[in-house]
Design a protein around this ligand. Structure first.
Ligand code: ADP
Length: 183
């Protein structure tokens, strides 16, 4: 049995990676499909190509995972590209459940597509791509919350902010050393 893990992955987080890694042990093959919508193009931090590059880099150690993209209805993708596969989604909290329940029912109704859920590990249940983007936009440390490929891409995207923050930290350190020369 194969699975398709669809999402925006803007960028992929440790929560996504946890669901993916566990799914890769259960299913024969897992396809990570970046769903894109021309109307939402400008709303992402990373371009489609950047997101796919990050996904490829983050999953090189998972031989039964491949990366794909599709712009359109997920059920059309399932029927055309992945007949017989199930849709894989992650569930973090009750807040995810209502939305996911609706989408899963609709996908079964309009495309006879089955959805399988994997519960997020509690450790990552508070992590979302949007929070990670927010923290990184201020130069905060997100290295615990995302795979290395995403952290490096976020640093490149916000290189000026990270450089400024590091310079500030260095200045603070030097000021402290001037005040307490023994430390
Ligand atoms: P979408 O825009 O379709 O919600 P996302 O990239 O945000 O795409 O998420 C894709 C899937 O991964 C969704 O099922 C979402 O619930 C799940 N997911 C997101 N963050 C986490 C996390 N921290 N742990 C587990 N699953 C997650």
């Amino acid at each position: 049995m194969n699975a398709v893990f669809p999402g925006s992955f803007d960028p992929i987080t440790s929560g996504h990676m946890d669901v993916l890694t566990r799914a890769a042990k259960i299913f024969d093959h897992v396809t990570l499909t970046v769903m894109h919508n021309a109307r939402k193009q400008g709303r992402h931090l990373f371009t489609l190509e950047e997101r796919m590059d990050i996904l490829r880099e983050a999953t090189t150690h998972l031989p039964n995972v491949r990366v794909d993209t599709f712009g359109g209805l997920l059920v059309d993708y399932m029927a055309r590209q992945e007949p017989g596969s199930v849709i894989l989604r992650g569930l973090r909290a009750v807040s995810d459940y209502e939305y996911e329940l609706q989408i899963a029912h609709l996908n079964r109704q309009i495309g006879d597509a089955e959805t399988v859920f994997i519960m997020a590990a509690t450790r990552w249940s508070f992590v979302s791509s949007s929070m990670v983007r927010e923290i990184a936009s201020y130069g905060g440390d997100v290295s615990e919350m995302v795979p290395r490929a995403s952290a490096a891409a976020l640093r490149r995207k916000h290189a000026d902010v990270y450089a400024e923050r590091e310079a500030e930290k260095e200045e603070q350190k030097q000021a402290q050393q001037r005040e307490q020369p023994g430390r």
